[in-house]
Write a protein that binds this ligand. Structure first.
Ligand SMILES: [Ca+2]
Ligand SMILES: [Ca+2]
Length: 151
């Protein structure tokens, strides 16, 4: 009876990230009434708006964009930050100091997790102060970082 049309479903997150899915034949149920959209990798604790467009009826009339549906993903506990542990081992040593210093000197890049672990004074960025603090920790001059004592 009706010919298949490619509808479009997209999810817009509160942070404006958008994931778009174009429906294909194998997403339709046997009776042609239900579309199943597979997805993964949504962010936790995030409200998504479901935008549905592009579906048409038997006469080819295309539906009006519908953005009336929202859902919120479950809260996700943020991963604990292990301050000062930059490379992937269990010790704060000269390697960590060196890596943060090299990042500060713009010689290397850090992952987001490494950046958080390196920002031991809790300000906005990685400065020589972070390098010095990690060095002091390594030399047993301090046993805690400022970011761990505040808050
Ligand atoms: Ca280390
Ligand atoms: Ca810092």
């Amino acid at each position: 009876m009706s010919k298949l049309t490619a509808g479009m479903v997209s999810l817009t997150a509160a942070n404006h990230e958008t994931k778009t899915f174009t429906t294909t034949a194998n997403m339709w149920s046997a009776d042609g009434k239900t579309v199943t959209v597979p997805y993964s990798d949504l962010d936790g604790s995030t409200e998504y708006t479901v935008n549905i467009s592009g579906f048409s009826d038997a006469d080819g009339n295309v539906m009006v964009l519908d953005s009336n549906n929202k859902f919120t993903t479950e809260y996700v506990e943020p991963a604990a930050v292990l301050y000062g542990y930059i490379n992937d081992d269990d010790i704060i040593d000269i390697i960590d100091v060196t890596m943060v210093y090299q990042y500060y000197r713009q010689k290397i890049t850090l992952t987001d997790a490494q950046f958080r672990a390196a920002n031991v004074d809790g300000d906005g960025g990685i400065t020589i102060a972070d390098v010095e603090l990690i060095y002091q920790f390594y030399r047993h001059k301090i046993s805690k970082f400022p970011v761990e004592t505040s808050s």
